[in-house]
Design a protein around this ligand. Structure first.
Ligand code: ADP
Ligand code: MG
Length: 392
């Protein structure tokens, strides 16, 4: 068995050997491209789900597809905390600058391109203090108000014509979108809304935690301009394919019961599938992966998860936060009402809200519904139960 050829790849944002079960999102973006060619814009796309389900990988795939179709793109990851807003504006400003450089080479509508590039320069300067040298001075009246929503709308309005005449569009890809500050989020939603009404070729494609579903519901009229897709565990058949196909391509095969055992244990979660797949491949003595190997591999995989995937979050918590997490498990498992958690800890809700807030900022829990918190990682509750309680 060629262990070096191990096709399975657990890791944040690491492309799997076979991207299964994501055709609806891929098709939707292909349709976006096709409609955009005939100057029609039906809005952007928001993908939400827990950690480890494959949002980043899917976003990267969609990004690659639209770049191949000739779109101009900006891609960045939002960050939590007080440094987040500045970092996001820097990424946006730099991304727009790169987009401007690409557009400067457009061959159609040269005068319009010049105007657009001058707006690009002014936007990059205003939003991020980035000075561009594209042979055109920054506009002194467009995208220079310092109000992100106004400036972004003017930018998109001025880019629309040249993009369309060059069979292109502008897409902004935002990962970890739940961490975007309210101003920038509102600006992106509002400008998507405006672009859809005006059929400007502009698209926001975002991914993040399930909190986004609530955020979008609260943004009402704007959220109509987005397709909202939940990505989660793979279906049984897709999970089987995620294991079987890469193995087959390398001349190895799983027995049916081995496949079923791995899929059952993973519950279809992509990160777990990759972890078990990798562990099984590492220990199998030959090209035939049977149930015994699968069971042993799953044990190895679980040990790896307990060393990496779970502690990546748990190890960053304070004793008070760990008590809060244990209380969630005690009262609810993977989801609990915040009132019940406080009650269980025997304190007033207000006194534990700093711990809750900080756990949300650390990306360990999220508040999908008002008054409830859930773990962002599948099976975190089971991991916590395995940890010795040394804090109380
Ligand atoms: N559709 C898929 N099929 C199989 N494995 C996948 C799929 N999507 C993602 N993965 C794997 O799952 C893991 C987590 O992917 P990632 O995109 O980082 O998830 P998220 O961004 O949702 O936390 C990676 O190891 C990746 O290779
Ligand atoms: Mg991710």
């Amino acid at each position: 068995m060629l262990h070096e050829l191990n096709p399975f790849r657990p890791g944040a944002g690491v492309r799997p050997p076979e991207l299964v079960g994501r055709q609806p999102e891929i098709d939707l973006v292909d349709l976006m491209v096709a409609k955009s060619r005939v100057k029609r814009n039906d809005g952007g796309l928001i993908i939400y789900g827990l950690r480890g389900v494959g949002k980043t990988v899917l976003l990267n795939e969609l990004h690659r597809n639209v770049e191949r179709a000739g779109w101009v793109t900006i891609q960045f990851e939002a960050r939590p905390g007080s440094a987040g807003p500045i970092a996001a504006r820097q990424s946006l400003g730099r991304g727009v600058a790169m987009a401007g450089r690409r557009m400067a080479r457009f061959r159609s509508a040269v005068e319009d391109v010049k105007t657009a590039v001058s707006t690009v320069s002014s936007f990059a300067l205003t939003i991020a203090g980035v000075s561009l040298n594209l042979g055109v001075a920054p506009s002194d009246h467009r995208a220079n108000s310092g109000l992100i929503e106004v400036d972004l709308e003017e930018l998109v309005a001025d880019l629309a014509g040249p993009l369309q005449k060059n069979q292109s569009a502008l897409a902004i890809f935002v990962d970890e979108m739940q961490d975007l500050d309210a101003d920038l989020l509102t600006a992106l939603l509002a400008v998507q809304h405006k672009a859809t009404q005006s059929d400007w070729p502009f698209y926001v494609i975002g991914a993040g935690l399930p909190t986004l579903r609530r955020t979008m519901a609260e943004a009402r009229s704007y959220s109509e301009r987005f397709a909202l897709h939940e990505v989660g565990a793979l279906t049984h058949d897709s999970a089987i394919e995620a294991l079987e196909k890469p193995a087959r391509e390398l001349g190895a095969r799983f027995t049916r019961d081995a496949l079923e055992e791995i899929v059952r244990e993973s519950q279809g979660y992509p990160f777990f599938l990759q972890t078990y797949g990798k562990a099984v491949w590492d220990i199998t003595p030959d090209r035939n992966i049977d149930l015994d190997v699968a069971v042993a591999g799953i044990a190895e995989g679980n040990a790896d998860l307990d060393q990496g995937f779970f502690p990546a979050r748990w190890d960053r918590t304070t004793p008070a936060e760990r008590q809060y997490l244990r209380a969630i498990v005690d009262v609810g498992g993977s989801t609990a009402s915040t009132a019940a958690v406080a009650d269980h800890l025997g304190v007033a809700a207000a006194s534990v809200s700093p711990a809750r807030q900080s756990l949300i900022e650390k990306g360990i829990i999220y508040a999908e519904r008002r008054g409830y918190v859930s773990f962002t990682v599948p099976n975190m509750d089971r991991f916590i139960l395995r940890q010795p309680d040394t804090d109380s």
